[in-house]
Ligand binder design. Structure first.
Ligand code: ADP
Ligand code: MG
Ligand code: ZN
Length: 596
């Protein structure tokens, strides 16, 4: 049941649309049918009365269905009655001038209602026909057995390695694959075994799809792309046949690349869900069968992408399958700069724009985020009729990626504006007071996306490890908003909801994942859950609470002591709406020190 529901939830939007449409039409036809075909409930009368009425010419029409008589009076009134079995009243009624019809079976006035019943059916048939007509081989709904893969080849301008930046090692490893595809004979004559499968591992937006297309582009081969979730999305038994079909197609177009995105959707290790997921297992098995079936001359390379290599079935990773792994990390500062340069190629930048500075401010951004940032900046520049993209647009691009577009149209009262200002400055002051906090880049009370105000922090440099001191500073900073509200207004608002969620999450992870509490190193549940025993779970909660309490106490103490600055800067923020990092430093003054 659960898996069925999950499957329903993952249906593509188009299927939902069609289903909703069919449902709507069916309801509509039913409504029409019911409203027009149900006569007012007939009055049940004794047969004697009906015959009397017929005598007095008060009955115009009678329909007889086995022993039941449905009569219509001359005034339109409906009557119903039952006659004795085997008795016929037809002759008598006829003599009274009544029109008598004998219907067999269940229906009366069968003609109209059966016609009406066909209406929804015809609609449904029309919808299906319409979908089939539109459905080429790519149509997800109708291409049952077909692979549903999209094929890219002979693009106007193929993607090349030049379009991919910041992942130099991955590029080097994949350059080898390009050689295999281009000159298979060279390797074969050396007796080298050509890899069949490459697994790209990396978080979303790091360029897994892009780099796979670049491999195809560099080698000049077709590229078949499908996502793991598409294999298993709809009808039982479709996944395996899709796999078969995909490989058949690919072999016809060899040399070529098959790209399977989100392979974890099919490739999760088998057998941990008793009874469930037969469909996925069949699909996975078929995939393994196909890859094993490649002979030495099959010049097809399967590239798969995932951000969860830990959940993959071991069978996928055996030699001769996805035995090569290429890791795509989120870009470091140089990588970010290189990616920005790639995407800025086609965009006019104003003189003096420093992409290195932008790279510095975008720690934690993925390649996709950076592409997005430049695109937002380009849109802004075009909208304000500029000749080129300036620093201002790029800054706003960053904010849009971080927190969504500005929503100046959201009207807040003066009082709310005040609360938001104190809340945000509360965050900022706690950040500025703790040594292990990242620098503050911007404080703003202009709402963006879901947030009413934002305080943006960015690390000075990329780091791969986070210390306990940094995490506790982060918790205190997150609680700074709530603490400032409490201190200033003596009351608190719902505005801190997201902060509180983030704090709770962080505290839990500190206890269970990072072993940074007094519980020490405990048997930690993995990302997938796993269960703690009841007693340990209670300890975890207690420790998490303690961490949160401590963090809250820190931010309260900071703001109580530095209340003067809180008021001064919050009042200023109400006027100017946005303060950047430099301005904040100026407002804090040269005497500003860390707390404690
Ligand atoms: P993934 O498949 O890893 O989720 P994508 O390949 O779909 O990521 O990346 C989405 C977009 O982000 C790409 O089309 C590209 O514009 C940009 N992008 C991501 N990584 C890079 C990169 N390393 N170099 C250049 N652009 C990138
Ligand atoms: Mg992708
Ligand atoms: Zn907040």
């Amino acid at each position: 049941m659960k898996s069925l529901w999950r499957r329903i939830q993952t249906l593509p939007r188009r299927v939902w649309f069609v289903a909703a449409f069919v449902f709507f039409i069916t309801c509509l036809s039913l409504a029409v049918l019911v409203s027009r075909d149900t006569p007012p409930a007939p009055a049940t009368v004794p047969i004697s009365q009906l015959l009397d009425m017929a005598d007095h010419h008060q009955i115009s029409k009678v329909v007889i269905v086995s022993n039941t008589l449905y009569a219509t009076g001359t005034d339109g009134q409906q009557y119903q009655t039952t006659k004795e079995e085997q008795q016929t009243v037809t002759e008598q009624l006829r003599l009274d001038g009544v029109v008598v019809t004998v219907a067999d079976g269940a229906g009366r006035s069968v003609g109209l209602s059966s016609l009406a019943a066909f209406v929804p059916l015809m609609f449904i048939l029309a919808v299906i026909w319409f979908m089939m007509r539109r459905g080429g081989p790519n149509n997800q709904v109708m291409s049952f057995g077909r692979s549903g893969a999209r094929r890219y080849s002979g693009d106007a301008r193929p993607v090349t390695f030049d379009d991919v930046a910041g992942v130099e090692e991955a590029k080097q490893e994949l350059a080898e694959i390009v050689q295999f595809l281009k000159y298979p004979d060279k390797f074969r004559s050396m007796g080298a075994r050509i890899p069949k499968g490459v697994l790209l591992v990396g978080p979303p937006g790091t360029g897994k799809t892009l780099i796979s297309r670049a491999v195809a582009g560099e080698a000049g081969t077709p590229f078949f792309s499908i996502s793991g979730s598409e294999f298993v999305e709809m009808f039982v038994g479709v996944g395996a046949s899709r796999v078969r079909d995909l490989f058949r197609q690919a072999k016809r177009h060899a040399p070529c690349i098959i790209f399977i995105d989100e392979i974890d959707a099919v490739g999760r290790h088998r057998g941990n869900n008793v009874g469930g997921h037969d469909e996925r297992e069949q699909t996975l098995n078929q995939l393994l069968v196909e890859m094993d079936g490649f002979d030495l001359n099959t010049n097809v390379i399967v590239i798969a992408a995932t951000n969860r290599p830990d959940v993959l079935d071991q069978a996928l990773l055996r030699p001769g399958r996805f035995d090569r792994r290429v890791i795509l990390d989120p870009p470091d500062i140089n990588g970010r700069r290189a990616i920005l340069e790639v995407h800025a190629r086609s965009k006019p930048l104003a003189p003096g724009v420093d992409l290195a500075a932008i790279a510095q401010q975008t720690s934690g951004f993925s390649g996709a985020d950076l592409a997005n940032l430049l695109n937002e900046a380009a849109i802004l520049a075009a909208r304000s009729d500029k000749e080129a993209i300036g620093h201002e647009e790029l800054e706003e691009g960053i904010m849009r990626v971080v927190a969504g577009p500005e929503r100046r149209s959201r009207v807040v009262t003066e009082y709310e504006k005040s609360i938001i200002a104190y809340h945000e400055v509360g965050h900022a002051l706690v950040m500025k007071s703790l040594k292990h906090s990242h620098p503050v880049q911007k404080v703003s009370i202009i709402s963006r996306g879901q947030a009413l105000g934002v305080t943006v922090q960015a690390p000075k440099e990329d780091s791969y490890l986070t210390s306990r001191a940094q995490l506790t500073a982060r918790m205190a900073s997150l609680l700074g908003g709530r603490a400032a509200e409490e201190l200033t207004f003596g009351d608190v608002t719902t505005g801190a909801r997201q902060d509180l969620e983030a704090v709770a999450d962080l505290a839990r992870r500190m206890v269970t994942e990072f072993a940074m509490s007094e519980l020490g190193v405990i048997a930690t549940p993995t990302r997938d859950g796993g269960s703690l025993s009841g007693a340990v779970a209670a300890d975890v909660d207690r420790e998490a609470m303690r961490l949160i309490d401590e963090a809250f106490a820190t931010s309260r103490a900071i703001l109580a002591e530095r209340r003067g600055k809180l008021v001064e800067i919050a009042e200023h923020l109400k006027l100017v709406e946005t303060i950047d990092g430099k301005e904040l430093d100026r407002l804090l003054g040269p005497e500003w020190t860390f707390f404690g």
